[in-house]
Design a binder for this molecule. Sequence first.
Ligand code: ZN
Length: 200
Amino acid sequence: MARLSIQDREAYLFLRGRNLLKDVEAHRIDMYKGAVCVICSCPDHFDDAYANIAMTCLEHRPSPRICLLTQRGGALAIPGDSPLNLKRRGENLLQDIFAAHEEDVITTVALYAHAPCTSVNKHGLGLVEVIDLLVRAKISVKTEAFGHNAEIKVACFVHIDRGQEEGPRTYFVSADEWRLVYRRDIDQVRLSDTMESKRW
Ligand SMILES: [Zn+2]
């Protein structure tokens, strides 16, 4: 079973400290009609992540109604230039998202990434890059929604396995906050880290 790298552990603590990884407030994620869930198929995180989705859905409905779209890397396969978007996986995911919207009348899309992820690790992506790709996946879905004239809500989540003592947990990421803060704070940290010849 993969473990969170020291660099990703530091990044996780930093992002929690800046409240960029937020507790999931299930009542605020509208799943009244269910949700399309785009999630990585890695086996070690799936049960816990899916339990969280189902619980979020149960805040709004008597039973979960989830259209599950799984790919290695989950939502990270969506952006056009993502290293996980192999053989048009991203395009296929977008087609399936809007098929669920049109055929099953689901108006909420939940995009997931997770760490540690074996599919992500082999591309050498750190947690910050993972979340940035996740936010860009949301932008891709919203852009596609404009073309489909579809009114959908898109929420981003990151599942992090913090190790044996702390266990796994799912966090909400505000794409708007990420885009605002990413350049200001995270690039600043990277710059100071580069100056100290330290990578995180
Ligand atoms: Zn994975």
